[in-house]
Write a protein that binds this ligand. Structure first.
Ligand code: 5GP
Length: 117
């Protein structure tokens, strides 16, 4: 879906608060932060989910994306005290935006991973 909000951010049609930009990836602050640090990291390629990316992205894109996520954690100062990465996919994952994104959350104790549905 080329009209999804992250595709528009990548095309420069919607502003974003960029944390890191690399050849194949973009990291920016979530508009509705759920922790003191809440950054989204997306590949520039039009991949919908992690499994889609893992299957179809080039090795250069995959290496760039994995390293960009680690670099954001270090730059934003959560590598030491810790952080959580979440990538929602599909209906059961309650994915809102159909462009792969990893949420990086940190800056406080985040509690247990899931609350009961
Ligand atoms: P999902 O539920 O798909 O895993 O997460 C989508 C995330 O995108 C949400 O945390 C939401 O706050 C964030 N988001 C939605 N629209 C925008 C936007 O226009 N700009 C930014 N920076 N984040 C957005």
């Amino acid at each position: 879906d080329p009209e999804n909000i992250f595709a528009k951010i990548l095309r420069g049609e919607i502003p974003n608060d960029t944390v890191l930009e690399t050849e194949h990836s973009l990291a920016f602050r979530d508009i509705r932060p759920q922790a003191p640090l809440h950054v989204l990291v997306i590949p520039k390629g039009a991949y919908v989910s992690y499994d889609h990316f893992a299957q179809e992205a080039s090795e250069a894109e995959i290496v760039d994306y994995v390293r960009a996520i680690g670099e954001v954690c270090r730059r934003e100062g959560v590598a030491g005290d810790g952080f959580r990465m979440i990538s929602n996919a599909g209906a059961h994952g309650v994915q809102e935006v159909p462009h792969l994104h990893v949420h990086i959350l940190g800056g406080r104790n985040l509690g247990r991973m899931l609350t009961p549905a």
